[in-house]
Design a protein around this ligand. Structure first.
Ligand SMILES: C[S@@+](CC[C@H](N)C(=O)[O-])C[C@H]1O[C@@H](n2cnc3c(N)ncnc32)[C@H](O)[C@@H]1O
Length: 221
C-alpha cells in the first residue's frame, strides 16, 4: 500500500514514520508513506496556500489551487482520496478493515478554519475521527494510517488483531502479566490453570460482560 499525505506541516509526521510498528512496516516494504507539503504545490509567488474566507468570519481558509494540483499530480486510476474533516463519516474499525483493500490512498489534511468547499469535490470519502475539533487533519490522518497499517498482511500477526475490541462488536478481554499477585491484586485463577478451553470460555464471557457494561450500544448491534 502507498499512502500520500497532503499537509501544511510535514514535520508532524517525523515521529510517526520513525517509531515502532509503523517504522517496521515501512522498513519491511508493507507500506510506503509519502508526506507532501501543500505549500510546494502553490503557484503563488509567495507560496501562499490560504486566505480570508469570503463573507468574513474567523480564521484562514485553504485555497483550492495547491490541493487540486497536488491531487492531480498524485492520483492514479485506483487511488482513494480521503478528506479529513469533522463533518465526515465517523471512522471505526470496520472502516479500517475496508481501507486495507486499497493499494493507493491520498489523504488531505485541512488546517486553520478549514478548506475551500470546492476541495470536497476531490474526495471519494470524508472521514472524521470523532465529534471534537482538532487544529488540523494531521493527527487524525495519523490515527487512520496507524489503524490501517497494522492490519496489512505481515505487519502484526492475525491473531493479535482478530480478538481485539470492536471485532464481532465486542470489546477485548482483560489481560494480565507477572506477577500473579501484585499487592494483593490477584490474576484470575483460570489464567494460571493452563486449561486452554476454560481460558477461552472465560475470555469470551469477559468480552460479553465488558461490552454490555461499557458499550451497550455496540452490544445491541
Ligand atoms: C479547526 S478544523 C476546522 C473545523 C471546521 N471549521 C468545522 O467546524 O467543521 C481544521 C482541520 O482539522 C481537521 N480536523 C479537525 N477535527 C477533525 C476530526 N474530528 N476528524 C478529522 N479531521 C479533523 C480537518 O482537516 C479540518 O479541516
Amino acid at each position: 500500500m502507498t499512502i500520500d499525505i497532503l499537509t501544511l506541516f510535514p514535520g508532524m509526521f517525523t515521529g510517526f514514520v520513525s517509531e515502532s510498528i509503523i517504522k517496521r512496516a515501512i522498513d519491511g516494504g508493507k507500506v510506503k508513506i509519502n508526506v507532501h507539503d501543500i505549500r510546494s504545490y502553490s503557484k503563488d509567488p509567495h507560496k501562499k496556500v490560504d486566505d480570508y474566507g469570503f463573507g468574513g468570519g474567523a480564521g484562514m481558509v485553504l485555497m483550492p489551487q495547491p490541493i487540486f494540483d497536488a491531487v492531480a499530480d498524485l492520483k492514479k486510476e485506483d487511488s482513494l482520496v480521503i478528506l479529513m474533516t469533522p463533518q465526515g463519516e465517523v471512522y471505526n474499525q470496520k472502516k479500517a478493515f475496508a481501507l486495507t483493500e486499497y493499494k493507493h490512498i491520498i489523504i488531505i489534511c485541512g488546517h486553520y478554519e478549514g478548506f475551500d468547499e470546492r476541495i470536497r469535490t476531490l474526495a471519494d470519502m470524508e472521514l472524521s475521527i470523532g465529534d471534537f475539533i482538532l487544529t488540523g487533519g494531521e493527527i487524525a490522518s495519523m490515527a487512520i494510517c496507524d489503524s490501517v497499517i497494522r492490519l496489512l498482511d505481515g505487519v502484526i500477526t492475525k491473531e493479535s488483531y482478530m480478538n481485539e475490541s470492536f471485532n464481532d462488536n465486542l470489546l477485548d478481554y482483560p489481560v494480565y502479566t507477572h506477577p500473579a499477585d501484585y499487592k494483593g491484586l490477584k490474576v484470575p485463577e483460570v489464567l494460571l490453570s493452563g486449561h486452554h478451553k476454560n481460558i477461552e470460555t472465560w475470555r469470551l464471557e469477559q468480552r460479553i460482560k465488558r461490552t454490555k457494561e461499557r458499550r451497550p450500544d455496540l452490544f445491541k448491534e
